[in-house]
Write a protein that binds this ligand. Structure first.
Ligand SMILES: [Zn+2]
Length: 325
């Protein structure tokens, strides 16, 4: 027991911060989750993270060998600095530097979805896979990839911005990033309501009816409501879900065509809560759009902790790219 080394993982999101302690035998304990502090100061946020690290570290803090962070982006992974994330607009947040100064430990910061892929490889369903892809279908759409056993990072750490691939040649909808026709503009939690309104407006004969009409009239179009109505069998909601499934199938097909993974693991609240409506159709329709052999596609077993586990894995197994500095 005395020879054990310890590692701390941090999942920094716009809504929650999760921190956990693990040992070198891959045992994870002392998980803490807190709402991300509402503040206009980067220092306050950093203080919150430091306090959580101290809490999970407890009396083992002096045996901790490294900190891994999976963070919302964009970020500069070399400095460990967040670059004014859209959902956490605090300017530059030098999180890596602050944690290094505070704890005098190696600190590794990567994009949350990149880190999630590592979490699946080390703790999740991807243990035996050398080629795996993680997709999150959440308020946004993101991805991370292990390719031939290596975590894909890219020149700036943005290797798999999968939510911003073009899936609609006509570019009917505009994405939050400013681009047109991006996957995220149609199928993310934040944008599904805009897609619903678009379909209803342009094809009223097909989509404006049933409970969807009520949602529009009550100005109550949310992603949750759409999936709820589809689950209770509302015909018009199901028609809209069919449009979403077509675009999801194209997104997954492009992943398969480019990365040729053995396994695609899916997380994020939309997928976790709507496995039948989201994942089943993807499995059925992906064949229409990809030339590569169809991989296994499944929901993450790490659920909401996938980035947290990935952050621990990052602290334990930092990619070689960090050692060059
Ligand atoms: Zn975009």
């Amino acid at each position: 027991m005395d020879e054990l080394e310890f590692f701390i993982g941090i999942d920094l999101g716009a809504s929650n911060v999760r921190v956990a302690l693990a040992d070198s035998n891959y045992r994870v304990y002392r998980k803490i989750k807190e709402p991300t502090v509402k503040t206009d100061s980067a220092e306050k946020l950093t203080e919150q993270v430091c306090a959580l690290v101290r809490r999970v570290g407890g009396d083992r803090l002096d045996r901790v060998k490294g900190l891994g962070v999976g963070s919302i982006g964009p970020l500069d992974y070399r400095r460990g600095t967040l670059l004014n994330p859209a959902n956490l607009p605090l300017g530059e947040i030098p999180l890596g530097e602050s944690l290094r100064d505070e704890f005098n430990l190696p600190v590794y910061v990567l994009n949350d979805c990149t880190v999630a892929a590592l979490g699946e490889k080390v703790f999740g369903s991807g243990i035996d896979c050398n080629n795996l892809f993680y997709v999150t279908l959440s308020s946004g759409i993101g991805g991370g990839a292990i390719v031939d056993g290596n975590l894909l990072i890219g020149k700036d750490g943005n290797a798999v911005e999968i939510g911003h691939i073009v899936v609609d040649l006509d570019g009917r909808l505009k994405c939050g990033c400013g681009g047109r026709g991006h996957w995220e503009a149609y199928c993310s939690g934040k944008n599904i309501p805009l897609f619903v309104k678009y379909l209803v407006e342009v094809y009223p004969d097909k989509f404006y009816g049933g409970k969807i009409r009520e949602l529009i009239e009550d100005d109550n179009v949310t992603t949750e409501n759409l999936f709820y109505l589809a689950k209770i069998g509302d015909e018009y909601s199901l028609k809209i879900i069919r449009e979403i499934r077509k675009i999801n199938a194209i997104g997954f097909a492009n992943i398969n065509t480019v990365f040729d993974p053995e396994l695609i693991i899916v997380g994020g609240s939309i997928a976790l809560h709507n496995e039948k409506l989201i994942l089943q159709p993807v499995k059925e329709y992906i064949k229409q759009y990809t030339i590569n052999r169809i991989p296994e596609i499944k929901i993450t077993t790490l659920r909401d902790d996938v980035v947290l586990y990935g952050a621990i894995a990052l602290a334990m197994h930092p990619p070689r790219i960090f050692k060059q500095d």
